[in-house]
Design a protein around this ligand. Sequence first.
Ligand code: FEO
Length: 163
Amino acid sequence: MMITSKMEQAFNSQIQKEFHSAYLYLAMSVYCETQNYSGFAHWLKVQYNEEQEHAMKMVAYLLERGGKVTLQTLEAPPVDYGSPLQVFENVLKHEQFITSSIHSLYETAVAEKDLAAQIFLQWYVTEQVEEEANATQIVEQLKMIGDKSSGILYVDKALEKRQ
Ligand code: FEO
């Protein structure tokens, strides 16, 4: 069954959001690097790669369904992000926004009676639970630490290990 134009449009818009997420996390990674937080920078760079994978998986799917991929403009992300806690609060807020947009994409698939897209999107629904949990954990740790630089450096070091 060929994808409906409504679904096609909704997928294209989500592809834009995933690439924008990648771009945002790259900007945050670069920012952390300039602040000498190489672990946070590394974590965000891995996240940047993951977001590109999220987008590319949708690009491949849309093509597979005979849909038209229309890449959209990416807005320039900010340059400065404040303290490490502010960086990760920003990540969490962004992931919550992505979760709600994945949910509305899923709801569109339900409304369009697109069963195949619903199954495809289940992976994203599950992935968002993990995305929010990961960001929440870092936010909570940084909150506990407050402005103790030894604690911040400890978390920074720990995040260097992300695969
Ligand atoms: Fe692709 Fe972080 O959601």
